[in-house]
Design a protein around this ligand. Structure first.
Ligand code: FES
Ligand code: ZN
Ligand code: ZN
Length: 304
């Protein structure tokens, strides 16, 4: 296999683009894919204040590197989830990355600031660990963005993540989630920062390859609490389809964004009001995060 650009020995094949690249031209290819996504979806420009959710995994660290290389100034925020050695290592990878490149990393410890961690949240509510984790990340990252004057919250979800989430939402016909599944969620007066996902044209194996080529050290282990979750199972099935039909995942996701998403978006938008406890935007009286915190932060045995 030869690089599509320079004809030297290829380091990686990208079958859905019917192409192979050497390390240097693969990096250029990824930068182009991300810049194109930012422009096509009008995500942000260099005047915006960008805050990236950084987990210490390959996607968020690769995205931080890509955006920095593309000339954007991006600060990171890491949320310490309290999932044992996995969380400690993830935070360390984020710190080392930021230190080495002189980038700003903000840190929030869920236990210190809100009195609970993800294992406690999963044990005290009917939510799975991943659901409690997703809710906590959305809430905390948004409030850090608002507090710090960042108008855009950048997330490292890749093509595999978004295709699997779409499949899951379609399989359960979750109309509300389908209406909100878009790489740009606009800011609201009620207090939600704009949320963008510039990696949706890049597959998981490509962010891993990018990280290796660029010498980025990242948390390789999967989260122990996400073991066997539905999204991971769907990813396996979509990968089997991709194997037989290169481009399957991209057609599924981008076909939805071009032709399906506008249909689900037609209905009235939910009215957001201020949570009576924390003041964050919510559709009910008390927001889902405050409800989770109320249950999870209680010492064991209380309120049973
Ligand atoms: Fe969120 Fe594992 S990283 S549950
Ligand atoms: Zn090349
Ligand atoms: Zn609240």
């Amino acid at each position: 296999m030869r690089c599509r650009v320079c004809r030297s020995r290829a380091a990686i094949e990208v079958r859905r683009h019917n192409a192979a690249f050497c390390g240097e031209h693969f990096v250029e290819h990824i930068h182009r894919q991300v810049q194109r996504t930012i422009e096509d979806f009008e995500m942000f420009n260099s005047d915006d204040r960008l805050l990236l959710g950084v987990s210490g995994g390959k996607d968020s660290l690769a995205l931080w590197e890509i955006l920095t290389e593309l000339g954007y100034r991006v600060d990171g925020v890491n949320l310490e989830l309290g999932i044992g050695a996995y969380s400690v290592d993830s935070t360390n990878y984020s710190r080392v990355f930021a230190d080495q490149r002189d980038l700003t990393l903000l840190e929030v410890d869920l236990q210190d600031e809100f009195g609970f961690d993800i294992p406690a949240a999963a044990a005290s509510s009917s939510r799975t660990a991943c659901s409690a984790c997703g809710l906590s990340k959305r809430y905390v990252l948004n409030s850090v963005a608002r507090r710090g004057g960042y108008n855009v919250l950048v997330m490292g979800h890749n093509l595999d993540d978004e295709a699997a989430t779409l499949f899951s939402n379609v399989a359960s016909w979750n109309i509300d989630y389908l209406a909100r599944q878009h790489p740009v969620l606009v800011e609201t007066d009620a207090g939600l920062a704009r949320k963008v996902k510039p990696l949706i044209r890049v597959a998981e194996r490509e962010t891993a390859a990018y990280a290796v080529i660029r010498g980025i050290d990242y948390e390789i282990d999967e989260c122990p609490m996400a073991n066997g979750n539905t999204i991971n199972r769907i990813k396996e099935q979509l990968n089997a389809m991709e194997q037989q039909r290169p481009g399957f995942k991209q057609r599924f996701l981008f076909g939805f964004l071009e032709r399906g998403s506008p249909i689900f978006n037609e209905g009235p938008r939910p009215v957001l009001t201020a949570c009576s406890v924390c003041g964050s935007p919510t559709t009910g009286d008390v927001c889902a995060f405050c409800k989770l915190q109320d249950r999870a932060a209680k010492p064991t045995g209380e309120g049973q």
